[in-house]
Write a protein that binds this ligand. Structure first.
Ligand SMILES: Cc1cc2nc3c(=O)[nH]c(=O)nc-3n(C[C@H](O)[C@H](O)[C@H](O)COP(=O)(O)OP(=O)(O)OC[C@H]3O[C@@H](n4cnc5c(N)ncnc54)[C@H](O)[C@@H]3O)c2cc1C
Length: 340
């Protein structure tokens, strides 16, 4: 259960939903592991999100994430309680921790899993993820070593509705580490003051693909995003063309998003893009090629030239939502770069 500054990240709660499904099939408990300083108060939230048990280590040495301390704490838990399956969120810290624990307890690890199941008879965890550039889905098994571990991308699993008042067993453990013996120290946490692009949490996304052609086309997509009060996303080709930063990329090597509305402008619908956005509630595709694969994933398709349709949509949304023309301001605060 990853927490940051005493707040649980959604990805841990999503993992409990996946864990409940796997645990039901294997007839075992689903458990949350909660590490930190002053985090005991979060246990109720973990139970309400679906855990039967919570392994809690509440200690000042675990205040901030450090590979050294977290690996030791989790490694000791794994050796003592011997879980069959252990899931981590595929966040920066989750990926770091999972790979460190895998080397510590000598087991395998499947990275960036998007689908999970179990072979009940063999009690084998089936972790699937895109492979070979996204052209196939590979199902990875860990037959000989335990636990069977995987990192799971945020937003690929829908979390369960919280059950208020649901409780379970808290198993409290201690750590033997002392701050003075540790090699790494957290001296200061410097926060990025630049307004972050948070595609994962966005409810409406307007995403620009190579069909927008250049900086002028990208600004056109940005204007629609602003008129719709949406977050601006992009395909990898647009990022690689230098029209915006990687933080806006949607897809296999970018963000996985589940907005209420996803507007794809001039995006062909390559599998590597689709895996990042196909769970959006409503997908609207604007593309001049009627055979573009994006139309297979879209709920609404507009087969037309984006340079005609997008300004019309922007005007209509501005009138309907009373949004103003301050693209320059948005670009300045969100860090959109133009190359020409
Ligand atoms: C390992 C790997 C990882 C990858 N990860 C990602 C990833 O995370 N995200 C990602 O997006 N891609 C990723 N890719 C790249 C992916 O395969 C595609 O190359 C990319 O998604 C294509 O981007 P695009 O749709 O913008 O461009 P294109 O495929 O070039 O499509 C442009 C579309 O615009 C349309 N168009 C052209 N002009 C107009 C117009 N005037 N009006 C309307 N439509 C127009 C065209 O019909 C076309 O469908 C990855 C590839 C690999 C191998």
């Amino acid at each position: 259960m990853e927490q940051k500054e005493g707040q649980l990240l959604d990805v841990g709660l999503e993992l409990l939903a996946a864990g409940q499904d796997l645990a039901r099939k294997l007839e075992v408990d689903v458990c949350g592991v909660l590490l930190g300083d002053g985090v005991e108060r979060l246990t109720s939230q973990v139970f309400e999100a679906g855990a039967d048990k919570v392994y809690l280590i509440d200690d000042p040495v675990l205040k901030n994430y450090r590979t050294e301390t977290y690996m030791k704490a989790v490694g000791d838990l794994v050796r003592k309680y011997k879980p069959e399956i252990f899931l981590y969120g595929a966040t920066s810290n989750g990926k770091d921790l999972a790979s460190a624990v895998a080397t510590d307890v000598l087991c395998g690890l499947t990275a960036d899993t998007t689908l999970m199941d179990v072979d009940i008879d063999k009690r084998l965890f089936e972790a699937s993820r895109p492979a070979f550039g996204g052209n196939i889905m590979a199902t990875i098994l860990c037959k000989k070593h335990r636990p069977q571990m995987a990192t799971v991308r945020p937003k690929v699993i829908r979390r369960l509705l919280a059950e208020p008042g649901r409780t379970g067993e808290v198993i409290e453990e201690k750590v033997s580490m002392r701050e003075e013996d540790l090699k790494t120290k957290v001296i200061e946490i410097v926060k990025n003051t630049k307004k972050a692009v948070n595609l994962e949490e966005a409810e409406i996304i307007v995403a620009a693909g190579k069909g927008i052609k250049d900086a002028k086309g990208f600004a056109m997509a940005a204007e629609l995003a602003e008129a719709m009060n949406a977050t601006l996303g992009a395909s990898r080709d647009v990022v690689e063309a230098g029209l915006c930063g990687h933080e806006r990329q949607v897809g296999q090597t970018g963000a996985t998003v589940t907005p209420k509305v996803y507007v794809a402008i001039g995006i062909s619908g390559a599998i590597q893009h689709l895996v990042g956005m196909q769970n959006a509630e409503l997908i609207v595709a604007i593309n001049s090629d009627k055979d573009a694969p994006i139309f297979q994933a879209a709920h609404y398709g507009i087969c037309a030239d984006a340079f005609t349709v997008v300004p019309m949509l922007t005007k209509a949304f501005r009138e309907a939502l009373n949004t103003t023309e301050s693209v320059a301001e948005q670009e300045e605060t969100e860090g959109v770069t133009h190359s020409g």
